[in-house]
Design a protein around this ligand. Structure first.
Ligand code: S3P
Length: 171
């Protein structure tokens, strides 16, 4: 099994889909933000505050090198900016979870943990800046994707089913 590498904007549901894939397949999953937090023993928010974004992006680069060399048969979910690493396509089949910005935001706000979801993501603290980032990134996500899943108005289960079907076809 080739790795699956899940990309997409903050809050689109990469983590939820990853957990559902694990339940319904033989993939195990890891998450680049979780790897960074455990390596640094501090939260992403703290890393941004204490070291700045450039430092965080360096950590993502280091992780991308390790993923390419050492990780197999795994579903890798990524932070929203991870896609910028140079070797993304070499890590695995790139799956982009797509949704309009307004839907993503609605989804976060409707979540029971909305406050903490927003608080832990420094780049979502300013709505108009976040929208600009979304508009800049979406074409880049699309250009890199081997598979696109439009998650709008679909349950996590539906998205997962579609993902596994498309991955099997792509293999
Ligand atoms: C970021 C997304 C976050 C996290 C960091 C930066 C981004 O991950 O990596 O706050 O640049 O979009 P999620 O996409 O899991 O929120």
């Amino acid at each position: 099994m080739k790795n699956i590498i899940l990309i997409g904007f903050m809050g689109v549901g990469k983590g939820s889909v990853a957990r559902e894939v694990v339940k319904n397949s033989r993939y195990v999953a890891i998450d680049t933000d979780d790897l960074i937090e455990s390596m640094e023993n501090r939260k992403i928010k703290k890393i941004f505050e204490q070291e700045g974004e450039a430092y965080f992006r360096e950590l993502e680069k280091n992780i991308s090198v390790w993923l390419e060399k050492s990780v197999k048969n795994t579903l890798i979910s990524t932070g929203g900016g991870f896609y910028k690493v140079k070797n993304l396509k070499k890590i695995g089949t790139v799956v982009f979870l797509d949704s309009p910005f307004e839907e993503i935001f609605k989804r976060i706000e409707d979540h029971p943990n909305a406050k903490s979801k927003l608080k832990k993501r420094p780049l979502l603290s300013n709505l108009s800046e976040a929208k600009k980032l979304y508009d800049m990134r979406r074409p880049e996500y699309l250009a890199l994707a081997d598979i696109v899943i439009d998650v709008t108005n679909k349950s996590v289960q539906e998205c997962t089913k579609e993902l596994l079907k498309k991955v099997a076809k792509n293999a």
